[in-house]
Ligand binder design. Structure first.
Ligand SMILES: C[S@@+](CC[C@H](N)C(=O)[O-])C[C@H]1O[C@@H](n2cnc3c(N)ncnc32)[C@H](O)[C@@H]1O
Length: 263
């Protein structure tokens, strides 16, 4: 698999390239929906979801290790599945709405790209995926590809670079955009401004934290709370379909992903 390199200085960080912006307070005022209800509302019953496919993809591209000093490492095991439900959601949105183009900001280890590629390959209608990340490497991609059937990623355009550099140069729209790159306020704001007129049907944000959940350098909700859009909904997910061996109730889940939908 080959990576398309953007022609810019990768040593320059985003922080150096923008002026620091004041971060607005979070409001936490957002409509909430449980992932199972959301899937139902788009025509998917849990019985239709093939969990094994997401487990196979996640095993290679998303599984995480627990800290060996933690209690859960001792009592539940070494590994966990961090929010594999995002892949389930994206896969089913693509299939139910026959989406033909998908842009991802932040490739990570490739879980979402692979879930989107599975949906596009199964539909067989020549859909296209673009994923942009400054950390992409040819070696990493070849390792990933070796675990999938030949040509599995043939419809993916891998772009090595920062979204803030790449998006302004794009003169195309996408049926769906997934914003999951740099989660600091200025970066999410810039991604939102660059994407808000570029999605045809869905825009999904990762990592909306409800008030009370604080994590360094994660300011997605500070931006999302500013967006005026009646379709805006927080989808409560993460080990709601896959087993939650932490034993969290739905009420204890204090973050999720935010979906905007165009009619
Ligand atoms: C949480 S991971 C993405 C996970 C992936 N979307 C998934 O769900 O499988 C975040 C990624 O964003 C990338 N990233 C950080 N800053 C970025 C930027 N300015 N533009 C694009 N990607 C960025 C990081 O290199 C990292 O790989």
């Amino acid at each position: 698999m080959s990576v398309n390199h953007l022609n810019f200085d990768l040593t320059k960080t985003f922080e150096q390239s923008v002026e620091e912006t004041e971060i607005p307070e979070r409001t936490g005022e957002i409509k909430k929906v449980h992932i199972v209800e959301k899937l139902k509302s788009i025509g998917v019953d849990l019985e239709d979801v093939v969990l094994g496919n997401f487990d196979q993809i996640g095993e290679i591209s998303a599984r995480k290790n627990r800290d060996p000093r933690s209690e859960l490492y001792k009592t539940k095991g070494a590994f966990f599945r961090p929010n594999y439900e995002r892949g389930i959601l994206i896969y089913h949105l693509i299939k139910e709405f026959k989406l033909k183009s998908f842009l991802e900001i932040g490739f990570g280890r490739g879980y979402v790209t692979a879930c989107a590629a599975l949906a596009m390959n199964e539909m067989g209608e020549g859909g296209q995926i673009t994923t942009v990340d400054p950390a992409l490497s040819e070696e990493g991609l070849n390792n990933l590809a070796s675990s999938f059937p030949k040509d599995f990623f043939s419809n993916v355009n891998f772009v090595k670079g920062m979204s803030q550099e790449y998006l302004p140069s794009l003169n195309q729209n996408f049926d769906m955009i997934y914003i999951d790159g740099d989660h600091r306020y200025s970066a999410v704001k810039s991604d939102w401004e660059n994407c808000k007129d570029k999605y045809n049907k869905f825009l999904l944000f990762d990592d909306y934290h409800l008030p009370g959940k604080d994590q360094k350098d994660i300011h997605c909700s500070n931006l999302i709370d500013q967006i005026q859009d009646d379709s805006k909904e927080l989808i409560i997910m993460d080990r709601r379909i896959f087993l939650d061996d932490r034993g969290y109730t739905d009420e204890e889940i204090d973050y999720g992903q935010v979906l905007l939908t165009k009619a």
